[in-house]
Ligand binder design. Sequence first.
Ligand code: FAD
Length: 337
Amino acid sequence: MSFFAVTPAPSTEPGIELGDHPVSQPGTAASPADGAVALQGPGATSTSSLAPSPSPATATSPIDSPSPAPAPRPPIDWPAIERQCRAILPARGVVAARQELLAYDCDGLTLHRHQPPLVVLPETTDQVAALVRLCHQQGVPFVARGSGTGLSGGAVAETPSLVIATSRMRSILDLDLANRRITVQPGVINSWVTRAVSGEGYYYAPDPSSQVVCSIGGNVAENSGGVHCLKYGVTSNHVLELEVVLPDGSVTRLGSGLAETPELDLRGVFIGSEGTLGIASCWRISPPWRPPVRRCGRSRRRGCCQPVWKSWTTSPSMPSMISLASTNTPGMQPQFC
Ligand SMILES: Cc1cc2nc3c(=O)[nH]c(=O)nc-3n(C[C@H](O)[C@H](O)[C@H](O)COP(=O)(O)OP(=O)(O)OC[C@H]3O[C@@H](n4cnc5c(N)ncnc54)[C@H](O)[C@@H]3O)c2cc1C
């Protein structure tokens, strides 16, 4: 599930916490003295949980020892949160009416429904950052939402959370086709990218079947792909750089704009993380050149696929997409027959 609470319940257990626990907590960052995993150079005194374990006779596995129940969180004052969101966003950017919130109670997995208490529709990275900062300060969980076509319930506020929907962040910020770079906001619809560059002979290859509805933000969070994946790969093969709002509201950039770089690939970690690491607010993506449509074969006879198949398998170039069309198909494009 994609939500994360940003303020954890206090815990007496050392080490990394799992579950609906926080990514960060103001003023209580785990220090080595707390027993948290610390990255240390050779020779340093180890306080890591990877330090030598006690003898087998005395060792108790972390699985055996029951962890203390998390302290109950204080209830969230949603009317107060709504007022603070209204101070950050224009009036149209806050959805609080019960009937309007119905539109956000599920994604493509319609059996799984939870109506959120509040939805916000930011238009800029600064607004996303201000909202996430507010959540961080007030201990409010939040969920990122694109177009809500996901099939895993990731955009659903399973526990009462602020839904931050990117559907008003729909601008293509920069088109630099000389360098094969497009910079887009997260709410841009997948097929709009292809539409924006097709005049120049390019297209955006990761194309889920939901491409006329799903957003680039959701594509990045789910590392989506479609029929062109075999040749061109999925979303992670096309996103060069991300601007990300982290769970404490700070804004950072992942990736470098180059296809290959020597450092740790944090961009790759974020892509496919299903909204659990932060909210991506802007992307630089690289569209491939659209290959020409080629008619491979046409036949009225049964078994007409055989010669067509042979021509594909013996061809030196890999097709990016293969369409089979029947001459009986109404409105069939002549180049595919
Ligand atoms: C009919 C249909 C066909 C589909 N076909 C395919 C297919 O061929 N291939 C495929 O891969 N998928 C497919 N899907 C699934 C879905 O469309 C994709 O996963 C798509 O990428 C989701 O995009 P979305 O904008 O709707 O995201 P949402 O459903 O709104 O969100 C999905 C996840 O992304 C997170 N998220 C959204 N925006 C951001 C952001 N800006 N930053 C961080 N996290 C964010 C959410 O928290 C959630 O976890 C299909 C779905 C349907 C309904």
